[in-house]
Design a protein. Structure first.
Length: 146
């Protein structure tokens, strides 16, 4: 099997925060479908946008995740931030697509996109598997290799 590669940076973050953030994303997406509201879906997209494209330390969901990790006294483990930024960019694209699809009442398509997002977030939360690294390895990296 081919080795996975992720984008790298000098910045480090506590691994627990993105994992708990993934749980909050899952819960928010589920609640947005249960309440049939595009507002929460747009909130998820905005949250991903903040994490993916701004220099802000925390988005609303990652801020809540940070507080939860502090409250639960989860052990900190430093990891590279770059893969999480790449994953947030993918999450932004997916959440924007499902918010737009839902707003246009294309609920089956919106549910499919949201299902993939929830699946990737569940992998991150449950086992710390970054689907972004797999996608980066097979869909992005080949365009940058000689």
């Amino acid at each position: 099997m081919k080795n996975l590669f992720c984008p790298i940076s000098d910045e480090r973050i506590n691994e627990q925060v993105p994992r708990v953030t993934a749980l909050l994303v899952i819960l928010t997406v589920i609640v947005s479908f249960a309440l049939q509201t595009a507002v929460l879906m747009a909130f998820v997209a905005a949250d991903f946008f903040i994490r993916a494209f701004t220099k802000m330390k925390f988005s609303p969901l990652s801020c809540m995740a940070y507080w939860i990790t502090q409250l639960l006294k989860l052990p900190a483990k430093a990891i590279d931030k770059a893969p999480k930024i790449f994953a947030a960019r993918m999450g932004f694209a997916m959440s924007l697509v499902f918010a737009v699809l839902f707003a246009f009442q294309l609920t089956t398509a919106a549910s499919s996109v949201a299902g993939v997002l929830v699946f990737f977030a569940a992998l991150e939360f449950a086992v710390g598997f970054c689907a972004g690294c797999t996608i980066y390895t097979y869909l992005v990296l080949p365009f940058y290799k000689n």
